[in-house]
Design a protein around this ligand. Structure first.
Ligand code: FES
Length: 109
């Protein structure tokens, strides 16, 4: 069980991270992985994990990587939507683990 001081420390750290993230929101690139039923059955979980792992390996910290619901295109799952600030979203289809790594490489360059 945590003490009150430990809990306050955790809250302060989380609050500081949140402030830093909010300040960076304007430069944050959103990476959304469609996790509807079709996406999951087509391997979207592996795609999502590959994106997380590759972003972490490449130390890219201006990404917001999230799971979202159905993005449509169920015949082309897994689907990934990439949103650069102020731009129209880019949609990638049939994103397997290798293609997921290529997307992260494209973001980094
Ligand atoms: S998950 Fe397939 S149509 Fe939405």
């Amino acid at each position: 069980m945590k003490t009150l001081k430990e809990l306050r420390d955790i809250r302060e750290k989380a609050s500081a991270k949140l402030k830093a993230r909010n300040a960076a929101d304007k430069s944050t690139i959103k990476v959304q992985v469609g996790m509807g039923t079709c996406g999951i059955s087509s391997g979207a979980r592996d795609t999502f994990m590959a994106i997380l792992e590759e972003a972490n390996n490449k130390n890219i910290d201006n990404l917001s990587i999230t799971q979202v619901g159905c993005l449509g295109n169920c015949f082309e799952e897994p689907v990934v939507r990439l949103i650069y600030p102020g731009q129209k979203p880019k949609i990638f289809v049939n994103v397997d683990v290798e293609k997921a790594k290529e997307i992260i490489e494209e973001i980094k360059s």
